[in-house]
Ligand binder design. Structure first.
Ligand code: DAH
Length: 341
C-alpha cells in the first residue's frame, strides 16, 4: 500500500495541465469520490491495525499534496490563458474601418437634378410640408371644387379644410413669389403627401422637384431649351424630348414632357410600352392669375414652371420597380448604391 501511495504521489507530481479542462480531468482522476485517493481510503479498511497510523498519515499527506498540486496547476492554466489572450491583443494594430453609410438613391438623384439647374443659375428654395390651402391650391388657381382638394387626395390636418399636408412642391412657388419680385430663378426639392393606398406604384408620400423662372420676356422657347438641357444632362446627350399639351390650373399653356426611352434609345421596348417615349414631368407658362395672386404684375413679367417626381427620375435611372423600396430602409437595397456616389 505504501508503494501505491508513493507511485501516486510521483504521478501527481509529474502531472501537467495546460487548460482548465485538463486540470479538472486531473481532479476527477485523483480527488473525486471515485478517484484514486478515495480508492485508497476504501482499501484502508483492510489495513492491519498496527499499520493504520502510518498508512493513514501517508494517505492524508498524499491527499493534501494532490489538492495543493491541482490548485497550483489550475492557477497556472488560468494565468497562461490570460497571457495568451494578452498576446493576441495587438494594441499597435490599426483599427478595422467602420462600415460607412451610403447616400440614399433619392438623395443622389435630387443632388444630380439640383446641380444641373444650379448650372443654369437656379438657387434652392424651401417651404413647409404642413401648408395652408392658399399656398397649395387657391393662389395656384385651383377652382373651389377642384378634385385635388378632395379628401381622396389631400391629407387634412385636424380635419380642417384650411391646413393640409402639401400635395405638391408648387406651394413653394407661391411662397417665393409672394416675397420676391422678379427676376426669380428657383428650384424647390421636397417631400409631398397624397392620400393613396401604398403599393408598388403609389405611395402616400413621395418627392418632387419644382423649378420656377419669372422675369421680363420669359417665353415658352426658354422653357423648352431649359427642358432639353436638363434632359440631356440627366440622361445623356442623345436624349430627345417631346412636349404634349396638358392641363394644370397654375400654368397656361401647360405641357407634359416625354424623353426618348433611355432603355431602348427610342426604338420601343416593354419599359416604354413600345412607344419609344417615357413621361417625366409637367410644365408650362405661369398663369397670369397666379402671378397676380402673388403680387407680381403679369403685364410686366412672365415665367415658366415645371415639376417632376424624384422617384420617377430615380426609376428611370436605376430601374427600381417598387416604390416602397425607397422608404423601407432595407440595407441590402441601399447598399446597391454605394458605387453611385
Ligand atoms: N404640381 C404638379 C403635380 O404635382 C406638377 C407640375 C406640373 C408642376 C406643371 C409645375 C408645372 O410647376 O408647371 O402634378
Amino acid at each position: 500500500m505504501l508503494d501505491k501511495i508513493k507511485s501516486l504521489r510521483e504521478q501527481v507530481e509529474s502531472a501537467i495541465a495546460s487548460s482548465a479542462d485538463e486540470v479538472e480531468a486531473l481532479r476527477i482522476k485523483y480527488l473525486s469520490k471515485k478517484g484514486e485517493i478515495s480508492q485508497l481510503m476504501n482499501d484502508f479498511r483492510t489495513v492491519p491495525s498496527d499499520k493504520k497510523r502510518e498508512i493513514g498519515q501517508a494517505i492524508n499527506e498524499l491527499k493534501n499534496f494532490a489538492t495543493e498540486r491541482i490548485n497550483a496547476l489550475r492557477d497556472m492554466a488560468a494565468a497562461s490563458q490570460a497571457g495568451a489572450e494578452a498576446a493576441a491583443l495587438d494594441l499597435t494594430r490599426t483599427p478595422e474601418p467602420l462600415p460607412a453609410g451610403t447616400r440614399h438613391p433619392l438623395s443622389l438623384v435630387r443632388e444630380e437634378i439640383t446641380s444641373i439647374f444650379r448650372r443654369l443659375g437656379f438657387s434652392i428654395a424651401d417651404g413647409p410640408e404642413i401648408e395652408d390651402d392658399w399656398h397649395v391650391f387657391s393662389a395656384l388657381n385651383f377652382a373651389e371644387d377642384h378634385p385635388a382638394r378632395d379628401m381622396q387626395d389631400t391629407f387634412f390636418i385636424n380635419a380642417s379644410p384650411e391646413v393640409v399636408l402639401r400635395t405638391h412642391t408648387s406651394s413653394v412657388q407661391t411662397r417665393v413669389m409672394e416675397h420676391t419680385q422678379p427676376p426669380i430663378r428657383i428650384i424647390c426639392p421636397g417631400r409631398v403627401y397624397r392620400n393613396e393606398a401604398i403599393s408598388a406604384r403609389a405611395h402616400c408620400f413621395f418627392h418632387q422637384l419644382e423649378a420656377l423662372y419669372v422675369d421680363r420676356d420669359v417665353t415658352f422657347a426658354d422653357l423648352r431649351q431649359t427642358l432639353l438641357y436638363f434632359a440631356q444632362e440627366m440622361f445623356g446627350s442623345e436624349t430627345k424630348i417631346r412636349l404634349r399639351p396638358s392641363y394644370f390650373p397654375f400654368t397656361e399653356p401647360s405641357a407634359e414632357m416625354d424623353i426618348s426611352c433611355n432603355l431602348c434609345g427610342g426604338k420601343g421596348c416593354s419599359f416604354c410600352k413600345h412607344t419609344g417615349w417615357v413621361e417625366i414631368l409637367g410644365c408650362g407658362m405661369v398663369d397670369p392669375n397666379v402671378l397676380s395672386a402673388c403680387g407680381i404684375d403679369p403685364n410686366v413679367y412672365s415665367g415658366f414652371a415645371l415639376g417632376m417626381g424624384v422617384e420617377r427620375i430615380a426609376n428611370l435611372k436605376y430601374r427600381v420597380n417598387d416604390l416602397r423600396l425607397f422608404s423601407e430602409n432595407d440595407v441590402r437595397f441601399l447598399d446597391e448604391f454605394t458605387a453611385a456616389q
